[in-house]
Design a protein around this ligand. Structure first.
Ligand code: TRP
Length: 439
């Protein structure tokens, strides 16, 4: 009996900064919850190759990798149940990136949002369109495609801004499958409506780029101070307040139960003072985060232990990646020269073509023959003085097609007329398939 494959869920976090409440609500907490669902296999990783695209500060990348790994584990990720690793520990990923690069249209990458935004900004400023745009930024979606396709992920939880990248990964997978046979699973983006976007201190999306974040594992006193700095309107205590477009309320909602949220909504209507509302928010967040702080601190101060966990994760990931990249290398034609070519790819499977075999006889001369897929002899050459002459004759047959069988009859052993006609037809098939491949 064959069992249906379990759903594979995969996502990564780019290691360019200190994890904040937005990362926690949007990525860390949902993946920790998903990792407890025993009907799925989770693949979670630190996207440090992606970090190089945005950040040229080595110490920052190292520190961020440490902090994000510690945050994920302290938040409850069970690294024995999931595959938890660092992208740069998987050398198969850059190799797959190259294979995908070769099946991705440059025009498709021209339309990627992040690249287009950079070009638009340059154009608006009257600069060269590609000014300050690295080839890494341009290739960002292909590296991400490799992350996803390497582990045959079915579902990829991401923010709304990443949906386009998942669609591109799907396109890369179908192009590759079309050319080389069914190797990749087509992934799907999963966007959780309920964890949409957490606003930051100033009401815009909480993001490193706006410098409006609240770090996830800041000491309690610092978190309280930052929460006190959340932008509000200037309504006095006792005045009714609106929950709509209140960043404070939206952040509260991301941590509170439905009842707790309803209670705060009531307090807003009854004119709760902003200072008191901030205290309520701090206490609610702290209730969830406080129990994790100790483990976070312990991990941060024990980087060797994190290295060990990540390397064990990479080992587990590579048990899948290493044989898979081997299969893909073979599929595209990066093969041992001695390995038979009558296996596995879509094209070859469709038409089992006859083939030429060159060899040397005991008389010291060089010969070739044409045999069909079943090993039936279709054509037999005379002896040639050198392998080069034999090879040139094969090349002429292959490029000129079936009629040359009759023109070159003096170089061929006289098989029956019928056999020659069969050979001519087969050479015609070879010629047109070579031509198609070259298109
Ligand atoms: N690009 C993602 C982000 O910035 C991070 C990422 C890299 C990722 N590779 C991935 C997410 C693969 C999901 C799957 O948020």
């Amino acid at each position: 009996m064959t069992s249906t494959p379990r759903t594979r869920v995969l996502t990564g976090i780019t290691t360019t900064g200190t994890p904040h409440l937005g990362n926690y609500v949007g990525a860390i907490r949902p993946t920790v919850q998903a990792s407890r669902d025993l009907s799925t296999d989770g693949f979670y990783f630190l996207a440090d190759y992606h970090a190089l695209i945005k950040c040229d500060d080595p110490a920052r990348i190292q520190r961020s990798t440490l902090e994000i790994a510690a945050s994920w584990i302290a938040s409850g990720l069970d690294t024995d149940k999931v595959t938890f690793y660092r992208q740069s520990d998987i050398p198969e990923i850059p190799e797959l990136t190259w294979f995908l690069t070769c099946v991705t249209g440059k025009g498709v990458l021209n339309r990627a949002h992040a690249y287009k935004a950079a070009v638009d900004k340059n154009n608006a400023a009257g600069h060269d369109p590609d000014s300050d745009v690295s080839a890494g930024l341009f290739m960002y979606p292909v590296l991400m495609g490799a992350d996803i396709l390497m582990f045959k992920a079915h579902k990829v939880p991401v923010g709304r801004d990443q949906i386009q990248h998942i669609e591109m990964a799907r396109d890369m997978a179908s192009s590759f499958n079309h050319l080389y046979g069914e190797h990749f699973v087509l992934p799907e983006a999963v966007v959780e409506e309920s964890v949409a976007l957490l606003p930051g201190l100033d009401g815009r999306k909480m993001s490193k780029s706006y410098d409006n974040t609240i770090p996830l594992f800041a000491p309690a006193a610092q978190m309280r101070k930052q929460i006190a700095g959340i932008l509000t309107d200037s309504k006095a205590p006792g005045e009714a307040k609106s929950t709509e477009s209140s960043a404070l309320f939206q952040i509260y909602q991301a941590f509170a139960s439905a009842e707790e949220t309803a209670a705060l909504s009531k307090a807003y209507a009854e004119g709760i003072a902003w200072g008191d509302a901030k205290q309520v928010l701090f206490e609610r967040i702290d209730r969830e985060i406080a129990p994790m702080r100790d483990q976070y601190q312990e991990l941060i101060h024990n980087p060797a232990k994190l290295d060990q966990i990540l390397l064990a994760g990479a080992d587990k990931a590579r048990q899948m990646a290493t044989p898979f990249i081997k299969e893909l290398r073979h599929a595209v034609g990066l093969r041992a020269l001695s390995s038979g070519s009558n296996t596995s790819t879509a094209k070859e499977a469709k038409v089992a073509l006859p083939s030429f075999k060159q060899y040397r006889e005991k008389d010291g001369q060089f010969y070739f023959k044409l045999v069909d897929a079943q090993g039936q002899l279709l054509l037999q050459s005379h002896g040639f003085a050198s392998p080069k002459e034999a090879g040139q004759t094969i090349a002429r047959l292959q490029t000129e097609g079936g009629t040359s069988v009759f023109e070159l009859h003096h170089l061929l052993e006289p098989l029956s007329h019928e056999a020659q006609a069969v050979a001519a037809k087969n050479i015609e098939i070879i010629r047109s398939s070579v031509e198609k491949n070259n298109k």
